[in-house]
Structures are given as C-alpha cells and as structure tokens.
Design a protein around this ligand. Structure first.
Ligand SMILES: [Fe+2]
Length: 291
C-alpha cells in the first residue's frame, strides 16, 4: 500500500465540474480538493484540467460508483478505470460509501441502505478487500445519511463500522453532518456515535448541508435530508468541534453538490471549518493542560 503523497494545510472543497475551469485559472486557497472519479472517467478534457491541478493541491478521490454493498459484486471494469485515474493523480486518500448503488450492472442514482448483520459484514469485508487490492491502497468507508433501518439488523452502525475496520484494515471517512442527520432521523445520540468510532481509523471528515422536510409517511415529523445544497448547520459545526476535540485534526471537506454556489461561498465554509477546528484543538489543549 502506498503512503499519502501530500498533506493538506487546511480544509478542502469538493471540486465539481462547474468550478473546474475557475479553479484551474485562479488556483484559490483551498487546503485540498476532493473529486468524484465518475465525473471525469468519460470526460477527457476535464481529466486533462484535473491533471494540471494535481501538482498544486492534495487531492482525494471519492468514489460514488464503487458499490461495496451490492450482492452482485464489485464492477471490476469500473474499478480498473478508477485505478487508472488514481494512478494518474496519486491522491492522498480514496474513499466510498457504506451503501449499495448498483445491481447486475444497473447504476442507480442513489446510495441505498444496508442491514447491519453478519451476512452483510462478510459481503462488505470481501468487497473492501477486493477494492483495496484493486486500487493498491487503503479505502476509506463513509457513514451514510440514514432515513430507515432494518428490523433484521443485529448491531448498530458504529459496531458494524468497527468490525469492518477490524476485518479489513480499511479506514473511515466520518461525515459529521451525516452523523447529526442520521441521529436526528433515527433517534440516537450523535455524540455517543462519535464516541464509539475507532478514532485511529478515521482519516477524513466531511461536512455538508442538509434540508429539513416533513416526513411524508409521518405528517408533522421533520426529517433531515442530505441535500448538499446549503451551508453547514450550526448543530453540525458543534458536532464537528466535538469530533476534532476527540480525534484530533483530520483532513476536512466541505461538500456541496446541488444548487452549487459561487466558489467564494465554498471557500468561506472551508475557512470556517479551519476556524472551528483551530478553536477545538486549543480548547482541548487547555483542557489537557489543566487536568
Ligand atoms: Fe459525505
């Protein structure tokens, strides 16, 4: 497994195609960039621009089409294409989701939930081994945004993630906004969730905007929906500060995928992440000194 190439100096932003030319032309002060390889694999011009940027920023590759939860298995031809891009970029991190999004070669435009039981653990562990072997490097698994659970689950999400780390040596991408959102929707404690994660395995943090909507199945009940279409909410910033105090500073990304704002808005959110993290680290240091 290869070591990381460059480490970021501050929070990063998700690089989406509408901002690509501007980022190449202006090289804004983002700490790092995260890309979805699926946006580039069939777009040679965009790939050329991305390769131009690669020497100037640490880059992370966040897959949305490597479906580790699919019972029909990993799409090896897709994995090979991702590997080719990874080899070109030599990113600091490569990640994907605790979810399934393909079945029998059909790509579904969604990240779908999984039951947390022994059978799913065995399936995902085998697929993560296959992905890590196929990419030649560790793979980070991201906690999902949850709206439903399975009556057949025999463990909670934290127990499931801990066991996946134990069985595969994978790392974790902790999406702090997803933790807040899922805790709200599923009725558990977000802070206890963070406390239960294996801190040493967490290699990246995400922050993204979510949108409150009424639950159609339960009128009057508010669901938080992972829209990635707005600024990070105050409750997610508070949970982020707690996470940094608990696990230390990790590469942190601002995700924004819908109603994409001007680049300056993303950079402002990244600067806020740096500020919140710096204050969290200082608070923790003062606490340690006074203990
Ligand atoms: Fe995320």
């Amino acid at each position: 497994m290869r070591s990381t190439r460059r480490l970021p100096k501050g929070a990063g932003i998700g690089l989406r195609l509408p901002h690509l030319a501007e980022v190449v032309a202006t090289r804004p002060p983002a700490g790092w960039l995260e890309i979805h390889p699926e946006n580039f694999l069939a777009n040679p011009h965009a790939t050329e621009l991305l390769i131009e940027l690669a020497p100037h920023y640490p880059i992370s590759v966040h897959t949305v089409g490597v479906s580790i939860g699919s019972v029909s298995g990993i799409d090896r031809s897709h994995l090979k294409r991702v590997r080719a891009l990874v080899d070109l970029l030599d990113p600091m991190l490569v990640s994907g989701h605790l979810a399934w999004s393909t079945h029998d070669g059909e790509y579904l435009n969604d990240l779908l939930p999984l039951p947390y039981d022994e059978e799913t653990l065995r399936l995902l562990a085998a697929h993560i081994h296959e992905v890590q072997d196929g990419l030649g490097r560790p793979y980070l698994v991201e906690n999902p945004s949850s709206y439903v659970g399975f009556g057949t689950s025999t463990m909670n999400e934290v127990e499931f993630l801990c066991e996946l780390v134990h069985r595969t040596g994978c790392q974790l991408l902790c999406d702090v906004s997803n933790v807040h959102l899922s805790a709200h929707n599923m009725g558990y404690d977000a802070y206890q969730y963070i406390d239960g994660l294996p801190a040493n395995a967490i290699a990246e943090l995400h922050l993204g905007g979510f949108t409150p909507e009424e639950d159609e199945a339960n009128p009057g009940v508010e669901l938080l929906v992972d829209t990635h279409a707005t600024v990070v909410a105050d409750a997610a910033w508070a949970l982020y500060a707690y996470t940094v105090r608990r696990i230390g500073l990790k590469p942190t990304l601002i995700e924004w995928d819908n109603d994409i704002p001007p680049l300056a808005t993303l950079l402002g959110e990244a600067a806020r992440a740096d500020d919140v993290a710096a204050r969290a680290v200082a608070t923790e240091a003062r606490g340690v000194a006074s203990r």
